[in-house]
Design a protein around this ligand. Structure first.
Ligand SMILES: C[S@@+](CC[C@H](N)C(=O)[O-])C[C@H]1O[C@@H](n2cnc3c(N)ncnc32)[C@H](O)[C@@H]1O
Length: 562
């Protein structure tokens, strides 16, 4: 069947099954724009108008899928012992294997079902992946983790579920295709009982909620506000690396990863978004969130994602940039920076590299931070830190850097004292640990209670950002590279990678251009005041100074007595 015929059958299926389908849009062929299908307004649409509405039983998940109903419905018990990704992969693969016997076939047939239909870096050649370096996105592809999941499920779970024929259907390539399909099309839909009666939730669509099986089958739930985004994304990206495949079972989740017909036909744009999915206990509803003019495309949002993540999950990029670009600073860059700085400043002190490791460890294990930070699950020592455009940094990075820069500057005031401290750096609750803990507490108070950082912090920040920038190709940093104007599937992977890297470089350069501290949202007021490091050190070193004075008084008295 042709592309057009598939669209027509799907359109008919929608009209037969959905309770409301507005006449004011059509499913359009946007292949000329490299966007596959999408929805286009055929008349003006007003903000808050319903575009379509349907009941929960039309979506595909563990509750509704054919696989769960088999073996007297006992399959559902087996499926909910798996994690969201594993369960939906098996359910969706089974529907695809059923083909026309599946009640969703008219929907399924318009979806990409083979790996050649995906343009995500997961399927790029190693040589092309090299174009994305040094972006951390290459660490998040998770191909190996996906393969681990494959060998967990196939054939063992196909047999357990009483469908050994699924093991034949689900070759490794078919598995990658189903997983990629879920990554770029699924929604996480809250259980009906999670939505209070009469209340309507804002549906979390694709990237808001969907993660990729390739990178660990993790859960990726983001809320929209930019403020939450940064911490949420951070947590998600950490989860990408940390989640143990299959470690979490659906049983304890309040949502189900689901395939949602028609809602997933909307393309996305971080700035042009004009519709979102909402749901109540019974229905899912796609609503306009802005006035939409006739002939305009109806766009959803896949979350506030930078181009690196849009590419990784969905296989396209936004030009010139997404509304939520960020670059990553790996922790190793920060640690190497301080190791070099200590070595240069204290050339005669042995073990300064070990000292930096100890400092990082002590900050990671700080009881004070664990008790004080609101969302302290991962603490402030993370694998990597996002640097957003216009000088926005995540709070964990600011605090860690303030502590490390303050410690360094404190040690620099008195190298004799520092040398002595170093002798005790491994000692539990020794002088060294007590001082580090004091600095952690003082920095936390300065930052969290008074929104203040120091000029030493700014200097270190700029140097660390410069070290990270030095890892990017010269042509990208110097903006010599000519970037494409529009996204097209004809773009080479090198051109796409250049856009990703250029956007990351731009975020880093914003820091060098003095955009930190950024202003408070909607105000001219900077988010942080910058004070002189000397002023802050007076406070931090007050106790040391008092101890020094007492010691010197005692010494003087001894001298006078003798
Ligand atoms: C949820 S689907 C949207 C429907 C899809 N266009 C289709 O034909 O089935 C997500 C996929 O649509 C494509 N897509 C979505 N938004 C896009 C955009 N702004 N530009 C290019 N492709 C886009 C990408 O291939 C992405 O993986």
């Amino acid at each position: 069947m042709s592309f057009e015929q598939d669209t027509e059958r799907f359109d008919l299926w929608i009209k037969n099954h959905f309770s409301i389908v507005s006449r004011k849009f059509r499913i359009a062929d946007l292949r000329d724009h490299s966007q596959g299908r999408g929805l286009i307004a055929t008349e003006d649409i007003k903000k808050d108008e319903t575009l379509f509405e349907f009941s929960r039983d039309h979506i595909i998940n563990v509750d509704s899928a054919t696989l769960g109903q088999l073996q007297n419905r006992s399959n559902k018990e087996i499926l909910i012992s798996l994690n969201q990704w594993e369960a939906l992969i098996l359910c969706l693969a089974y529907e695809l294997m059923l083909a026309e016997k599946s009640r969703w076939w008219d929907y399924l047939r318009i979806l990409p079902q083979t790996i050649d239909k995906f343009s995500t870096p997961m399927f790029w050649k190693d040589e092309d992946l090299g174009f994305l370096k040094p972006s951390c996105v290459t660490d998040r592809l998770g191909k190996q983790e996906a393969e681990k999941t494959y060998f967990k499920l196939v054939p063992e779970y196909c047999i357990k579920l009483g469908v050994p024929e699924l093991a034949k259907f689900l070759t490794i390539n078919q598995f990658h295709a189903v997983a990629s399909l879920i990554m770029s099309y699924s929604f996480d839909v809250d259980h009906a009982e999670e939505v209070s009666e009469g209340e309507e939730e804002r549906g979390e669509n694709h990237a808001d909620v969907q993660d990729d099986v390739q990178d660990d089958v993790q859960d990726d739930v983001q809320d929209d506000p930019q403020t939450d985004l940064q911490t949420d994304l951070q947590a998600d990206l950490q989860a990408d690396l940390q989640t143990d495949l299959g470690a979490e079972s659906i049983k304890f989740d309040t949502y189900l990863k689901s395939m949602v017909p028609l809602a997933d036909t909307l393309n996305a744009n971080t700035t042009l978004v004009n519709a979102t999915l909402h749901y109540d206990q019974e229905q899912l509803v796609m609503k306009a969130i802005k006035d939409i003019k006739k002939d305009e495309q109806i766009y959803n949002t896949y979350g506030d994602l930078p181009n690196s993540e849009i590419l990784r999950k969905y296989g396209y990029i936004e030009l010139p940039s997404s509304a939520a670009e960020f670059a990553d600073i790996p922790r190793t860059v920060l640690v190497d920076f301080y190791k070099q700085k200590y070595t240069k400043t204290f050339p005669t002190i042995k073990n300064v590299h070990h000292l930096v490791d100890i400092l990082i460890q002590q900050i990671a294990e700080s009881d004070y931070l664990e008790e004080t930070l609101d969302d302290s699950d991962d603490g402030i020592v993370l694998e990597r830190y996002e640097v957003y455009a216009n000088g926005e940094l995540i709070p964990e990075f600011i605090l860690l850097l303030l502590i490390l820069s303050t410690l360094f500057e404190s040690f620099r005031t008195d190298s004799k004292w520092f040398r002595k401290l170093c002798r005790h750096m491994d000692k539990f609750e020794g002088e060294f640990q007590i001082f580090v803990n004091r600095v952690i507490a003082k920095c936390y108070q300065l930052l969290e209670e008074r929104s203040i950082v120091t000029d030493a912090f700014i200097d270190d920040l700029k140097q660390i950002v410069q070290s990270r920038l030095d890892q990017y190709p010269e042509k990208i940093v110097s903006s010599e590279c000519i970037l494409p104007k529009d996204f097209s599937l004809q773009l080479s992977n090198k051109q796409i990678a250049d856009v990703v890297l250029s956007n990351e470089v731009r975020c880093l350069q914003d820091i060098l251009d003095g955009k930190f501290p950024p202003n408070e949202d909607g105000s001219e007021e900077p988010k942080f005041e910058v004070i002189s490091n000397q002023k802050f050190l007076k406070n931090v070193l007050k106790r040391k100074r008092e101890d020094d004075e007492k010691r010197s008084e005692r010494k003087n008295r001894r001298v006078q007595r003798s």
